[in-house]
Design a protein around this ligand. Sequence first.
Ligand SMILES: Cc1cc2nc3c(=O)[nH]c(=O)nc-3n(C[C@H](O)[C@H](O)[C@H](O)COP(=O)(O)O)c2cc1C
Length: 222
Amino acid sequence: MDVVDAIRSRKSIRGFKPDPVPKEVLWEILDIVRRTPSARNTQPWNITVVAGEVLDNIRQGNIEMLAGGVEPNPDFPRKPYEGIYRQRQVDLAIQIFKLMDIAREDTTKRAEWRERGLRFFDAPAVIILSIDRSVDKTLSLLDIGAFVQTICLAALNYGLGTCINNQGLMFPEVVRKYAHIPESRLIVTSIAIGYPDWGFPANKLETERESLENLVTWCGFA
Ligand SMILES: Cc1cc2nc3c(=O)[nH]c(=O)nc-3n(C[C@H](O)[C@H](O)[C@H](O)COP(=O)(O)O)c2cc1C
């Protein structure tokens, strides 16, 4: 697949076919993706791939934490967005809820959608990225970002869809327990991966982007 086509066509997939992703395919993708650049070639990514019973246990554990009213405690605490960033977040939710036919006041359906995120959208496999507590966080998070996007692009070559997912990492103790990620590592992000169910309404979403005119400052050009 042409790299520009891949960048243009990649989008988040939140509904998957139940078909498992063969380990050999995931291996091949990760073997390509390990070429991702990193600061000083430190390659800070630790990759944990979960499927089957282990993934089911994580999903179940997440739902139990949520149902038990446990306060989310991700390894990288979130800060609420403000201004234009908050607006874009709201716009995304409006678009998804419209496609999924979830009314603003329908708290039951909204809660179901939230649970779906905590279940990694029922994807057949999830790739979890973690870093050693000892490494420089700023640079390592940049490295992980590059790694994650490269996974999402490479996956397209195998007919796979992805959604980067931080919702499923709200209760890191659950992920640590079942995926055997030691306390010495911080869980950064994850990618739900599988074969897209193109009939799933939210997969029709085409998100917007700010125009280049509003993004770029050109310096030294005529
Ligand atoms: C760091 C990161 C975390 C994300 N976490 C979630 C998540 O927990 N749940 C979700 O539905 N989407 C998540 N996304 C997907 C974004 O919502 C999505 O990339 C964005 O809306 C742009 O849409 P697109 O991927 O279809 O282009 C995440 C994306 C990134 C980069």
